[in-house]
Design a protein around this ligand. Sequence first.
Ligand code: GAR
Length: 225
Amino acid sequence: MRGRQRTAIFISGRGSNMGSLIGAARDPYFPAEIALVLSNRPEAEGLSVAKAAGIATAAIDHRIYAGRAAFEGSCQAMLDIHRIDLICLAGFMRMLTPAFVEHWRERMINVHPALLPAYPGLNTHARALADGVKIHGCTVHYVVPEMDAGPIIAQAAVAVLDADTSETLAARVLAQEHVIYPTALRLVASGAARIEGNHVRLEGTGEAPQPLLVPAPRATFSPGE
Ligand code: GAR
């Protein structure tokens, strides 16, 4: 069996997904250990959460670099120092260069707040509401040079309710991000996820869970309906 994969988490903000990964990796049998949290924004709230959890942190302010390649050079140096095997992007709001993505090919994953390939990019919840979809969700995928694309490892679907605002919908989706991201990292770090072209084959996936139907069908009817 291979050892626990040394994992870096890249963040830009509050880091709630980072928190869910740190929580999962507290289990000594989880196949990844969180060895570094790196932020391109020194003021990111997630950095203090990581520090408090006793994890090494790095603040690499992209604004002081002449370009993306120079910024990524500093990130790569930090990854080398900490002997990182895998990268999890968790609310990391910088595009990465094709060279960096290529270097980490099949070793870097991302969580996105939509059911890809629907709604790549920003403002996913507002766009889903504007389109009137009844089901929305989140995706964990391998990172490829194209934004919010790449082989899909895990997805979760949530119902969209009539009363939803972007905020309420975002909260419902985020709760599921916190469930599927540790699951996806477990599958990748353990070697159970195998990439075949644009597909990720998952060893040991059990039976299909119940479908999500929105609205839920009624079993009985009352007069006048
Ligand atoms: C999450 O909803 C994540 O899916 C999204 O940013 C949020 C970060 O929250 N990522 C993207 O939009 C990337 N395209 P967090 O900092 O609390 O994990």
